[in-house]
Design a protein around this ligand. Structure first.
Ligand code: DOR
Ligand code: ZN
Length: 358
């Protein structure tokens, strides 16, 4: 069985509370337009800050574009929410190092995102030849600007389940050796190899782990019929990898922190012959994570994973605000979020959730 029911569940009536520094999401897709207006409240409800992915159409490439996108996000936030979007630039082979440095110095951006061209949604403007971005990477190392990396090779002859491990060996490790001082976040790691590499990388290497990769293995997508709402990139791997990710997240180790990669697509774009990659988890992420950490016997490590390790890596203070989660009867959350573009299905963790955010 995939999801063992912890013994503590037998006493579900017993109420427990945990109070954490307000969590941050170190990898989030908020999109734009009507989708942004529907999604901004979903993240702002629980999270204090989020690293905002730049893979819009067209992508957020320049400091001026990051400023304009940040302002659209701020305008989409509900009254009274103190949510801070931490902007990123989408690295292209034409990115100007001076623009990156100026945007960082002006406080407009927190990081730069590397998409190998063709690796995922809206990555066509990404990097084909790493040599073409060496100048930007050197400038980023000098200025200590983190590089967020989508770590998958795109070669058609590499099996999709091996693309992360091959990327680490053939791209990431050489890149880090060639660029001393470059601070790197391995985004949404999905394998034991990713866990081991992140662990061995010292203080300039971090790794985000998504909520959904702690819940599903590849069977969730493929066994008993194709389940498009469990399809994301990097694709979920074998069970042994899910278990390695859970152990890493629950370890409290400084290099591992939450990046939900919550990636909304309207249902018609997920449920079609060629469905989009992405799981939408912003709405119920904290309830899922509390459930998982309880199953792991590691509720005392939840705060490190969701609230402390991320800011420490990004050299930002942890939130001064707190949230409280309370354990009780199963939590109700919407199955879908309605947007003007259509419904977005909320990630179904296939287990009841007992921790609600007060
Ligand atoms: O599943 C994913 N969805 N993975 C990504 O890397 C991109 C994201 C999206 O933008 O939809
Ligand atoms: Zn993403």
């Amino acid at each position: 069985m995939l999801w063992p029911v912890p013994r503590a569940r037998a006493n579900a009536r017993a109420m427990h509370r945990i109070t954490l520094r307000r969590p941050d999401d170190w990898h989030l897709h908020l999109r734009d337009g009507a989708m942004l207006r529907a999604m901004a409240p979903e993240s702002a409800r629980h999270f204090g800050r989020a690293i905002i992915m730049p893979n819009l159409v067209p992508p957020v490439v320049t400091g001026a574009e990051a400023r304009a996108y940040r302002d659209r996000i701020l305008a989409a936030l509900p009254e009274g929410h103190a949510f801070t979007p931490l902007m990123t630039l989408y690295l292209t082979e034409a990115t100007d190092p001076q623009d990156v440095i100026a945007a960082h110095q002006a406080g407009l951006i927190t990081a730069v995102k590397l998409y190998p061209a063709g690796a995922t949604t809206n990555s066509a403007s990404g990097v084909r030849d790493i040599d073409k971005v060496r100048g930007v990477l050197d400038a980023m190392a000098e200025a200590a600007i983190p590089l967020c990396v989508h770590g998958e090779v795109v070669d058609a002859d590499v099996d999709i389940f091996d693309r992360e491990a091959v990327f680490i060996d053939t791209v990431l490790d050489p890149l880090r050796r060639d660029t001393p001082g470059l601070r790197v976040v391995m985004e949404h790691i999905t394998t034991r190899r990713g866990v081991d590499y992140a662990r061995s990388g010292g203080p300039d290497l971090g790794a985000t782990i998504t909520t959904h990769h702690l819940v599903i293995n590849r069977n969730a997508i493929l066994a008993g019929g194709i389940k498009p709402h469990y399809y994301c990139l990097p694709v979920a791997k074998r069970e042994e990898h899910r278990l390695a990710l859970r152990a890493a997240a629950a370890s409290g180790e400084a290099c591992f922190f939450l990046g939900t990669d919550s990636a909304p697509h309207v249902d018609p774009l997920k449920e079609q012959a060629c469905g989009c990659a992405g799981c939408f988890t912003a709405t119920n992420t904290l309830s899922i994570l509390a459930e998982i950490f309880e199953q792991e016997g590691a509720l005392d490590k939840l705060e490190a994973f969701v609230s402390l390790n991320g800011p420490a890596f990004y050299r930002l203070p942890a939130s001064a605000d707190v949230i409280t989660l309370e354990k009780g009867d199963p939590v109700a959350y919407p199955a879908k979020i309605d947007t003007e573009d259509g419904p977005v299905t909320v990630f179904d963790p296939m287990m009841p959730l007992h921790w609600r955010v007060l």
